[in-house]
Write a protein that binds this ligand. Structure first.
Ligand code: FAD
Length: 305
């Protein structure tokens, strides 16, 4: 279902992000996770795209399998770094022929070991334009072509220290045809809510989903600090995690409690939707729903003013 239709249907959306596993056992356990998440009735799920190359085909395979085996609406992420324009068109053609409705259009990051020289597109906005142009080829069964989501950064993107300029870049992506913004993960709601207001002041009318990552281990938190450069870990969260000390279960309880409180406040503040970075596990997300007192996204929607 096209993102515009998903947003028209669901006054509040919940979406779950997965990544393609590297091993056969990882695929089995991921499908267990997806089965466990199914009863929560997400509006859609998304599948990340590896910058390295080898995992790229896996994104396609995972999206197709999720659609076929679970009936969930699955949106692939697509990055343009190190892709030629022809490659991008080929990937879009494959997705169109497979009946995929939406694309999360990203720039990606050049691999640390170098590369990126083949990139036809310098920024995500160019990929948004390419996806919009693709619609004109008539390959997609929907005359509107793909629904397009883009990334946004409540606490800033490290390459553009000037936050006003950064907002201009986000606005340009929306004007180029984005249907949805999905935010980078954040742990400080104030940062997100203030950014949401700044988006509004900049004239951005594109719906924004809040990216939530429940911390479930110290190792996971350390890795996220690396991946989501710029994300602030509030002192109160760090203190609570430190109090949990060496007890992994206590750390997970603290992380899930923090994420629950973030979700509760965001829902109260009328957020359009929440995008859960699941890290291919269902426990934390299911626990958050349980803590919020609901068994599915439908219940969350119905009981939210
Ligand atoms: P852009 O929108 O192109 O922005 C990148 C930088 O360039 C920003 O600093 C921006 O301000 C600046 N910029 C934009 N336009 C211009 C311009 N015209 N001139 C000068 N500067 C400009 N990465 C992956 O590899 N795979 C994934 O699956 C993936 N999924 C993600 C999902 C979400 C929800 C988010 C938030 C991020 C994801 N990322 C993923 C990470 C993302 O690829 C990186 O953060 C990347 O550095 C920026 O991508 P972007 O699409 O935001 O790029």
């Amino acid at each position: 279902m096209h993102l515009v239709d998903v947003l028209a249907r669901d006054s509040f959306t919940a979406s779950f992000e997965f990544f393609p596993p590297k091993s056969a056992s990882g695929w089995d356990s991921l499908f267990g996770t997806i089965a466990d998440c199914g009863p929560l009735r997400p509006s859609f799920v998304s599948v990340t795209y590896g910058a390295g190359g080898s995992t790229r085909q896996n994104t396609h395979e995972l999206v197709i399998r999720i659609r076929r085996e679970t009936g969930l609406e699955a949106m692939p992420h697509l990055t343009c770094v190190n892709h030629t324009a022809t490659e991008i068109d080929d990937i879009l053609s494959e997705y169109a022929r497979a009946g995929v409705s939406n694309i999360l259009a990203l720039r990606g990051d050049a691999p640390k070991e170098g590369g990126g020289a083949r990139s036809a597109f310098a920024h995500a906005i160019d990929l948004v334009g390419a996806v919009r142009q693709f619609a004109k080829l008539g390959i997609h069964s929907d005359p509107r072509g793909f629904g397009v989501a883009v990334a946004g950064y409540p606490e800033g993107h490290p390459e553009t220290p000037n936050t006003l300029t950064q907002m201009d870049h986000l606005k340009a992506k929306c004007d180029a045809g984005a249907d949805l913004i999905i935010s980078q993960l954040f742990f400080d709601n104030h940062a997100f809510l203030d950014w949401r207001q700044r988006c509004e002041l900049a004239g951005i009318r594109t719906p924004i989903l809040a990216g939530i990552l429940p911390i479930t281990s110290i190792a996971g938190m350390t890795r996220m600090a690396e991946l989501a450069a710029g994300a602030i870990f509030p002192a109160a969260l760090l203190r609570a995690i430190r109090r949990a000390g060496d007890d992994p279960e206590a750390v997970a309880r603290v992380g899930i409690h923090w994420a629950t409180e973030q979700c509760r406040e965001l829902i109260d503040q009328g957020v359009r939707g929440i995008h859960f970075y699941t890290l291919n596990k269902s426990d934390a997300t299911r626990k958050i729903y349980e803590n919020l007192g609901v068994s599915s996204t439908d219940a969350l929607r119905e009981r939210t003013p």
